[in-house]
Write a protein that binds this ligand. Structure first.
Ligand SMILES: [Ca+2]
Ligand SMILES: [Ca+2]
Ligand SMILES: [Ca+2]
Ligand SMILES: [Ca+2]
Length: 567
């Protein structure tokens, strides 16, 4: 194995040397195939073996490993989990996760803040949850494939993967296609004709085109590209609000080895305090807004009578708002694309099902394009295509290769009509160039460092001992959380996930407890100095000691030895 690895490195080096100067940047520059991702992670672990451990969390149906990186040494401390690459086409999320690992590992030992952080906390990173789907990014034919390699007969016609997209114009991209049809619902936008929108009959508009993914009806069932290669989109295979019977979501929640491994890891790993998802769901640019939604038959949601929660708890709003404010201050980003639906996604699952503080970033998106105010170029207000128009104009200015202007695909006719092919190039709207990746990674690393410092931590404060009678002592102490986040979000206090803070007094020989509880639990200890006072009456000899411990796997456990004597 090491022989093959060194050969691989040499080959990469030779390829780099052989690149002619001034060579065209390729859209895959800066990105790592599944194989290269594994090689790079292994080399980071080899360089810092005491700090970084890489293991295989699951093996995909395509026999690719889903890696788990543990930063912070062998002992498992209170932890942050970073999950990326569940949505295959968003390869940028894996690349940012890889750069977070690389950057933290590199700075450990020379940057005191990082060294201290990783001495006190563990950071887990799952950089690429759907390696099967992401591999399409590197293929000769570029196609935004979402599913892993699980075989799936999406249209239930007894044949599997019989009709995928086809490159009709031979440009190496799968984009969209349009053809004129009397029952077409689409028209080209008057201002930016690359953009298509549905005709609005209320405004007297008549549809002209049918819009489909580029490709033929390979099996003649009168449906186009309805069942291509690729099974389950792992960003839709988690349990919260699971989209049942939807092609691509999987047979049932956690039907796949990859998603199931995450569920098992988070369920058994009691030290995970918060989960940061780099994916298609956002709650950092636009924070979640918890509100009370009436449940089934008017019963409260989150109860057996009222059905599951569909909105975050309003009690958590303040914290989501503040973390969002800090994310925007750290990244300099103030707005971004709308979040994708919370349907079977890992972010909403982390919060609603696992009771964790969960934060989601869209990672990267085309920035604000300059407004085109030339006559005839003004967009209508309100603009039904605002987001697409911005993306189109940004591409035109920054990445023209990300656009395919509508043009006839030579000689391809469907229903007697000439097929035209066009639209955004695959991957272009989700994945920046190499410099864009590095810049997004720097911002996200800074936020990760900040977020890790917000995780709850407890200490014991104000220990007081008073003698109330011969051999009888009253002992009291506070348990304090100085960090920003509470030991449990409101959702976690309700589900008792993660484990609550336990406060326990251990008696010495000849001592008895005559007041107070040997073990007590704190439902949720708020941050920013939240404290709870505990009191015990202990019978024992002067000078003997009791041990007080407080904490949980997510806060760390502290202990204090208290000597019984009058103070
Ligand atoms: Ca089929
Ligand atoms: Ca094409
Ligand atoms: Ca079919
Ligand atoms: Ca078909």
């Amino acid at each position: 194995m090491p022989v093959i690895r060194s050969l691989g490195c040499a080959a990469v080096l030779l390829a780099a040397l052989a690149l002619p100067s001034g060579a065209q940047a390729r859209p895959t520059d800066g990105y790592h195939t599944a194989a290269r991702l594994g090689t790079v992670l292994d080399s980071i672990a080899r360089a810092k073996p005491a700090l970084v451990k890489v293991s295989t969390l699951a093996t995909s149906p395509g026999r690719r490993p889903v890696q788990l990186v543990r930063l912070g040494g062998a002992e498992e401390k209170p932890a942050l989990l970073i999950l990326a690459g569940a949505y295959g086409p968003q390869v940028s999320s894996s690349e940012v996760a890889l750069r977070i690992v690389r950057d933290l590992a590199r700075r450990h030992g020379s940057d005191t803040s990082i060294t201290n952080l990783l001495a006190a906390q563990t950071i887990y990173v799952i950089p690429r949850l759907n390696p099967d789907a992401s591999e399409a990014f590197f293929g000769a034919l570029r196609h935004e494939r979402k599913g892993n390699d699980t075989a799936s007969d999406d249209d239930r016609d007894h044949v599997t993967d019989e009709d995928g997209p086809d490159d009709l114009n031979g440009d190496g991209f799968i984009t969209m296609m349009r053809l004129r049809a009397v029952d077409g619902e689409w028209i080209a936008d008057a201002v930016d004709p690359l953009l298509m929108r549905r005709a609005d009959p209320a405004r007297g508009e008549r549809g002209v085109y049918k819009m489909l993914t580029e490709g033929r009806d390979n099996d003649g069932d009168e449906r186009f590209n309805e069942d291509g290669p690729g099974g389950t989109d792992l960003s839709r295979n988690f349990a919260n609000n699971f989209p049942w019977f939807t092609p691509g979501s999987g047979q049932h929640p956690f039907a796949e080895a990859e998603s199931r491994a995450v569920a098992e890891f988070v369920s058994t790993q009691q030290n995970i305090a918060a989960i940061f998802v780099l994916g298609m769901q956002d709650n950092l640019i636009k924070p979640w807004e918890g509100r009370r939604v009436p449940g089934i038959a008017g019963n409260p949601q989150g109860t057996s009578a009222g059905g599951p929660l569909t909105a975050p708890l309003a009690e958590d709003n303040g914290w989501f708002n503040e973390v969002s404010r800090r994310f925007k201050a750290t990244t300099g980003w103030s707005d971004g694309p709308a979040t994708a639906a919370d349907q079977g996604d890992p972010l909403s699952w982390a919060y609603f099902h696992m009771g964790r503080y969960a934060f989601g970033s869209r990672v990267w998106w085309p920035g604000k394009a300059p407004v085109d105010s030339a006559a005839g170029r003004r967009a209508p207000t309100p603009d039904p295509l605002a987001d697409e128009r911005n993306t189109y104009r940004w591409m035109r200015a920054n990445n023209p290769a990300g656009l395919v202007e509508w043009a006839p695909a030579n000689g391809v006719m469907i229903d007697g009509e000439q097929v035209e092919v066009g639209g955004f190039a695959p991957f272009a709207t989700l994945n920046p160039d190499a410099a864009g990746l590095d810049s997004a990674a720097t911002k996200h690393t800074a936020f990760v460092v900040q977020l890790a410092a917000m995780l709850p931590q407890v200490r014991v404060d104000r220990v007081r001992v008073t003698e109330v009678g011969p051999r009888v002592y009253r002992v009291s102490a506070d348990v304090v959380n100085d960090r920003y986040l509470a030991t449990n979000a409101a959702i976690g206090a309700r589900s008792r996930l993660p484990l609550r803070v336990k406060v326990e007094v251990a008696l010495g020989r000849g001592q008895t407890l005559s007041g107070g509880r040997k073990q007590a639990y704190i439902n949720a200890l708020r941050g920013s100095g939240g404290r709870e006072t505990f009191e015990w009456v202990i019978v024992g000899d002067a000078g003997s000691a009791v041990t007080l411990t407080a904490g949980s796997p997510i806060t760390g456990i502290v202990s204090e030895t208290i000597t019984l004597r009058a103070r």
